[in-house]
Design a protein around this ligand. Structure first.
Ligand code: 5AD
Length: 347
C-alpha cells in the first residue's frame, strides 16, 4: 500500500482501482505515512503558513431543501436572518483590523439578495478594502450572474459539488437539483476566471468508496484552486437527523490524498472537522491542509447559521477565535499569516 502513496506522491495520479484499494486498505500506519508525504508537499508549496479566511454568513434563508442541511427551506425551526450591507461591512472592518485579507460571503440561496444587491456589496467591500480578496459562496447562479459578480470584483467562488456520483447526488438532494447543473456551474466559474473551490462531505449518507473515488477523479479533472471537505454531521431538523456522522479518520485520510493529487491546492481544515474532534483542525493541518476559515459573522446571528448540530465557535467573538487559532497553530509549528493567501498559480 505504501507503494501507492509513493506513486501518488511522485505522479499526483492513481487509477480508480488504485484509489479504491488505498482507501479500503487504510490503517493508522498507512495514514501516518500519507500525512508525512502530504506535509512535505504542502511545505514545499506554502511553507508553514496557514492562510485565514474571514467567513461572513450573511443570510440563512435558502430556497433549496437539501436533505442534509440545517438551513434547508423545510426546516421551519431555523430562525432566519439576513445581514444588512452595513452589518456585512462592519464584519469586514473588524476582520481587517484582525488581519484578515480574504472575506468569504456565504449564504443560502436567498432570492432577497438580487444580483444588484450582491454586486453593490462586492463593490463596497472592494472599495473599502482594495487589498482584500472577496470570495463568494452563494450557490448556483446563471453564467451571467457569475460574470457580473466577477466584473464587480469577486475573485473566488466556493461551490462544493457535494458528490460526483449522480445517483448518490439524487439521494442527498430533491429532484429540482442535479449534479449536471452543479458541475456546469463549476465549469462556468472556471471559464469566467474565478479561483474555484469544489468539495464534498465525508461520510454523507449512502456514500460508498466508489463514490469517493468518483469525487477524487472529478476533483482531479476539474483541477480547482480550492477543495473543501469535512465530515457529514447530522442536523436534528433534517431528514438525515438519525444518520451517522462521517469520521475524523477518513476525512483526514482524504485531506492527505487531495494534497498529493493537487500539490498547490488551497485546502481548509474545516469547521466541521473542528466540530467532530477538539483537535480536528490541527490534525487537518498536519494531514496537509493549509487554510482555516474563522467566523466573522456578528455574534448575534452565529447560533442561527447551523448547517449541522453542535457547530463550534457559535458563542465567541471573532477576535477570541482567531487568537486561540493562532496559538493552536503555533503549538504545532505553523503560523497564521496576514495575506490574501492566493493560489500559487496566481502569484
Ligand atoms: N454536515 C456537514 N457539512 C454540511 N454542509 C451542509 N450541511 C452539512 C452537514 N449536515 C456543507 C455542505 C455545503 C457546505 C456549505 O456545508 O457541503 O456545501
Amino acid at each position: 500500500m505504501k507503494q501507492l502513496i509513493d506513486k501518488l506522491y511522485k505522479t499526483s495520479n492513481l487509477s480508480p482501482a488504485e484509489y479504491k484499494e488505498l482507501i479500503d486498505n487504510r490503517n493508522s500506519e498507512l495514514s501516518e505515512y500519507l500525512f508525512e508525504k502530504a506535509r512535505a508537499v504542502r511545505i514545499e508549496n506554502y511553507g508553514y503558513d496557514v492562510y485565514i479566511r474571514g467567513l461572513i454568513e450573511f443570510t440563512n434563508y435558502c430556497k433549496n431543501d437539501c436533505y442534509y442541511c440545517g438551513i434547508r427551506k423545510s426546516n421551519c425551526r431555523a430562525e432566519r436572518y439576513r445581514l444588512t450591507k452595513e452589518q456585512i461591512l462592519e464584519c469586514c472592518s473588524v476582520g481587517y483590523d484582525l488581519g484578515f485579507r480574504t472575506f468569504v460571503l456565504q449564504g443560502g440561496e436567498d432570492g432577497y439578495f438580487t444580483d444588484d444587491k450582491i454586486i453593490d456589496i462586492i463593490r463596497s467591500i472592494k472599495t473599502s478594502y482594495p487589498d482584500c480578496a472577496v470570495t463568494l459562496s452563494i450557490g448556483e447562479k446563471s453564467y451571467e450572474s457569475y460574470k457580473a459578480f466577477f466584473d464587480a470584483g469577486a475573485e473566488r467562488y466556493l461551490l462544493r459539488h457535494e458528490t460526483a456520483n449522480a445517483e448518490h447526488y439524487g439521494k442527498l438532494h430533491p429532484k429540482a437539483l442535479s449534479l449536471d447543473s452543479r458541475k456546469q456551474c463549476l465549469y462556468n466559474l472556471k471559464d469566467i476566471g474565478y479561483q474555484v473551490g469544489c468539495g464534498f462531505m465525508v461520510g454523507s449518507p449512502f456514500q460508498t468508496t466508489d463514490c469517493l473515488v468518483e469525487d477524487l477523479l472529478f476533483i482531479k479533472q476539474l483541477n480547482p484552486h480550492m477543495v473543501g471537505i469535512g465530515p457529514f454531521i447530522p442536523h436534528r431538523g433534517t431528514p438525515f437527523a438519525d444518520k451517522e456522522a462521517g469520521t475524523l479518520e477518513l476525512t483526514l485520510f482524504l485531506v492527505g490524498i487531495i494534497r498529493l493529487m493537487l500539490p498547490p491546492v488551497l485546502l481548509p481544515a474545516t469547521t466541521a472537522l473542528g466540530t467532530i474532534h477538539p483537535k480536528g483542525r490541527e490534525l487537518g493541518i498536519l494531514a496537509g491542509a493549509n487554510v482555516i476559515m474563522p467566523n466573522l459573522s456578528p455574534k448575534s446571528v452565529r447560533q442561527k447559521y447551523l448547517l449541522y448540530d453542535n457547530k463550534i465557535c457559535t458563542g465567541d467573538e471573532a477576535a477570541d477565535c482567531l487568537c486561540r487559532m493562532k496559538k493552536r497553530m503555533e503549538g504545532i509549528g505553523y503560523h497564521v499569516t496576514i495575506s490574501r493567501g492566493d493560489h500559487k498559480s496566481i502569484l
